[in-house]
Design a protein around this ligand. Structure first.
Ligand SMILES: *[C@@H]1O[C@H](CO)[C@@H](O)[C@H](O)[C@H]1NC(C)=O
Ligand SMILES: *[C@@H]1O[C@H](CO)[C@@H](O)[C@H](O)[C@H]1NC(C)=O
Ligand SMILES: *[C@@H]1O[C@H](CO)[C@@H](O)[C@H](O)[C@H]1NC(C)=O
Ligand SMILES: *[C@@H]1O[C@H](CO)[C@@H](O)[C@H](O)[C@H]1NC(C)=O
Ligand SMILES: *[C@@H]1O[C@H](CO)[C@@H](O)[C@H](O)[C@H]1NC(C)=O
Ligand SMILES: *[C@@H]1O[C@H](CO)[C@@H](O)[C@H](O)[C@H]1NC(C)=O
Length: 448
């Protein structure tokens, strides 16, 4: 235990806190006087240096290694996803977490020096994302300034300045070492849940993503059917799909509707926003672009043949953009095309929707803006929500419908509309030859 340091810790800490705030103020406000800042930071670091000499401890950084995607702290109000190194403004560890917005008031990063075992404690700035929709728990960034003198590789999160470091969960700080190949396009599928079994639509989406140029699909998986499990195994073996286990409902009650007032649970949509933010940081140095859409959505180019050509053009027109937003358009899954050339016999036994049969699109609603889905440059994004980015180092660009749209095949939003009010949009059909061939091949290989 750190009882010997405890008493000292508190008094030392009041200075720490003062110093941190001062440093930040200076960092943000007096950008020009860099020399002064360096001096102040050096001065501060000297003071916050709360080190614990490992006289008795030979086995260093001995906390309990976190092995799961979601790690609850013992307060049962804080859930850690993962810490990421972020040096885009200053050297900080940004911990993606879920916290109770009112009950969690104080958290600390305990950094452990891997070779000396020295522990350096830094107060976390707790930033609950603004898109919480009134649920008590929300996606949260815990921002901790790192020690100036050395680069931490491990961190523990604790609500107190005192405690036994051996009993705290220990996390490796990701994104410090950035080697590894950079791919162009990763799709972030924020949550697969509810025993998901829409196999045919999943395979069609995957094959469309491949046709459009995807390198990787990262799926935050809560639950799916045994058949879907088999399909995922196929794509994992192919090297396209990466699964992040997401057992959020083991810890919190999850809403299936958008706002706490209509579904009073702990957190919205299986913690979708937290998963999306984790996907941004997890892929920050692994993928040039991230597509933030659901599995029943395809960001479908209209003017170009694939994502690479489209993004090269869009990026050239908007070099400072951090995010490109695409309009969501509904293709109701209960309305079939009149002449139905893609009712393919070998697909009929596969559970799920055949998107090639749904090319009738709902018109825009009066006075309602279609929600967006995005392609982002993760290195320019700080915080994201589902339909927009919340904090970036760059612009957000609205991409018009003649360039691309989000093809979204689902239950209708305007079920009362007569068929003749729907718009015939056969953009998807222009990929029919390759799509049909490749979907059939995959279904055969999976044994369906
Ligand atoms: C971050 O750390 C690196 C390496 O220790 C150092 O060179 C750099 O100046 C630091 N940046 C800031 C903004 O403190
Ligand atoms: C990514 O895109 C660039 C530029 O368009 C291209 O030259 C490169 O081959 C692509 N990389 C991969 C891994 O597909
Ligand atoms: C579709 O299948 C063909 C032949 O089976 C293959 O060569 C091609 O790479 C596949 N296309 C994509 C985008 O995966
Ligand atoms: C939609 O367009 C396609 C191709 O142009 C055509 O075959 C079809 O009959 C049209 N109408 C409907 C309602 O599917
Ligand atoms: C597809 O074709 C089969 C056999 O002709 C038919 O029974 C079925 O109703 C068709 N499905 C749709 C959605 O039209
Ligand atoms: C399928 O794609 C081919 C090649 O792009 C095109 O010629 C054909 O018209 C498409 N079929 C339909 C029904 O749109």
């Amino acid at each position: 235990m750190l009882s010997s340091v405890e008493a000292q810790g508190v008094s030392v800490f009041s200075k720490v806190e003062f110093c941190l705030t001062e440093t930040r103020k200076r960092l943000y406000l007096v950008i020009t006087v860099s020399l002064a800042i360096t001096t102040i930071m050096f001065f501060c670091h000297k003071k916050i240096h709360l080190s614990i000499t490992p006289a008795v401890k030979k086995n260093l950084c001995r906390g309990i290694p976190a092995r799961n995607t979601i790690t609850p702290l013992k307060d049962k109000r804080t859930f850690i996803i993962a810490p990421y190194f972020d040096n885009r403004q200053n050297n900080m560890t940004r911990v993606i977490a879920i916290v109770h917005h009112k009950e969690v008031k104080e958290l600390y990063c305990w950094f452990c020096h891997p070779s000396s075992g020295e522990i350096y404690i830094s107060k976390a700035e707790i930033n609950v994302h603004s898109d919480r929709f009134d649920f008590p728990y929300g996606a949260t960034d815990l921002r901790c300034l790192e020690p100036g003198a050395w680069e931490p590789h491990y961190v523990s999160i604790h609500w107190s300045l005192s405690g036994d470091p051996d009993q705290l969960p220990l996390f490796e700080i990701r994104n410090r070492d950035r080697e590894g190949p950079l791919v162009n396009f990763t799709v972030c599928i924020s949550t697969m849940f509810g025993g998901y079994n829409n196999v045919l639509q999943f395979v069609q989406s995957m094959e469309m993503y491949k046709i459009l140029g995807v390198d990787r699909v990262m799926i935050y998986k809560n639950s799916c059917s045994p058949l879907m499990e088999k399909v995922l195994d196929f794509y994992i073996a192919e090297g396209i799909v990466e699964i992040i286990p997401w057992p959020i409902d083991s810890y919190l009650s999850v809403a299936s509707r958008w706002h706490h007032s209509v579904d009073p649970k702990d957190i919205g949509y299986y913690g979708q926003i937290t998963a999306l933010n984790d996907c941004i940081y997890r892929n920050m140095y692994r993928s040039r672009y991230l597509l933030m859409n659901d599995i029943d959505e395809i960001i479908l180019p209209v003017k170009y043949r694939d994502w690479n050509t489209m993004m090269q053009n869009l990026q050239m027109q908007h070099p400072k953009a951090a995010a490109f937003s695409f309009e969501n358009h509904i293709f109701p899954k209960n309305v079939f095309s009149l002449n139905d050339p893609f009712n393919i016999s070998s697909w009929r036994t596969v559970p799920g929707v055949n998107i090639l049969q749904h090319i009738l699109r709902e018109p825009d609603r009066k006075n309602i803006i279609n929600p967006f889905k995005m392609i982002v440059d993760p290195r320019k994004v700080v915080q994201t929500s589902v339909h927009s980015v919340l904090q970036t180092f760059g612009d957000s660009v609205h991409v018009s419908m003649d360039v691309a749209l989000v093809y979204h095949c689902r239950i209708p939003l305007q079920p009362q509309l007569p068929r003749k009010s729907l718009i015939n949009d056969t953009t998807l059909w222009s990929y029919n030859v390759t799509l049909v061939r490749n979907v059939s091949k995959v279904l055969r290989q999976i044994g369906l």
